[in-house]
Design a protein around this ligand. Sequence first.
Ligand code: DQA
Length: 149
Amino acid sequence: MNSKILILNGPNLNMLGVREPEIYGRGTLEDLRGLCERRAAELDLEVDFRQSNAEGELVDWIQGARGAFAGLIINAGALTHTSIALLDALLACELPVIEVHLSNIFQREPYRRHSYVSEAARGLICGLGAQGYAFALEAHRKLIDGAAS
Ligand code: DQA
């Protein structure tokens, strides 16, 4: 059974640690990668953790995930609120998608309250910082186990 999870991070998430630390915390993207890899190993999952500032590259990665991964975790950054192209790619990939945000997008500016990604997502975790990615991995473990039984 395929137990590979693709974790995608969108624009500006490479700036974690220095970018608005009062909102996003002091942990870096590499810290986040480490947390995901450790939790994945405990859950007997494989992860492929990527970040891009380019919408087209994210679309290409989502298209390539179809059939190759068991599930997807995405924090699309600001593209969450703007990108129909990402939504279409997520719908086309036919994988369970879990949307993650470090901050609580419903507690912030009104323009962050709408998510195109949510329309393709099985679930949404936001406001719990890096821990949200670990919870998303747990959810994928359960979805894989449920599909196998
Ligand atoms: C974010 C929330 C988005 O609104 C913002 O544009 C980001 C990060 C989060 O993880 O909280 O870049 O996705």
